[in-house]
Design a binder for this molecule. Sequence first.
Ligand code: GSH
Length: 222
Amino acid sequence: MSLTLYFHPLSCYCQKALIALYENDTPFTSRLVNFGDAGEHADFLQLWPIGKFPLLEDGARLVPESSVIIEYLTQHYPGQAALLPADPEQALEVRRLDRFFDLYVTSPMQKIVLDRIRPVESKDPLGVEEAKDMLKRAYGVLEAELGGRNWAAGESFSMADCSAAPALFYAERCVSFQDVYPRLAAYFERLRTRPSFARVLAEAEPYFQFFPRNPGDAELSR
Ligand SMILES: N[C@@H](CCC(=O)N[C@@H](CS)C(=O)NCC(=O)O)C(=O)O
């Protein structure tokens, strides 16, 4: 079968799936979907009515959800990098951290970033404050948990790191962790220079100008 990934280079969850594909040099066709184009958006909704990407197509099979895509690739297109460990206990730890990054880093980050493009009358300052508070709590947990670990779940790069890299990249632009959480900052530096994520960021760079910013904020940079 041949794989097609529906995605956008700036999307956090699409970047997560791309890292997994690049980690194992898995061949795939990329289909960039521009939701700003009404026709492309409508076509995508025909394919997947939930309207969220990434979406992986493998022949007649559609696989939504970034974590499920990574599990699917691990099962059907295994490569050198075992992003889900074979050991069930270790796999559980990877899944726990994958959920942690999605739910407590990416979700609040999205809340903060998407509020920037809401009309003035629909802004949600209380929700944004709650999201910032959640990010700080998540950073604190990660700072304590990372300890001497190289990667999120230990010594091997895993699905949890695929989730962590774009989540922390964008979260840093919402609530900075650089000067406050040294272990987290050092971990993010390892992620930033990991070839799979460095490639994802290089490919996203032409789109950085479209990332919603507060007035006075610098444009994204790698
Ligand atoms: N739980 C989903 C979340 C996917 C998601 O939120 N994708 C965002 C981009 S990062 C999206 O498609 N947004 C477009 C929209 O909501 O219209 C996953 O892990 O894949």
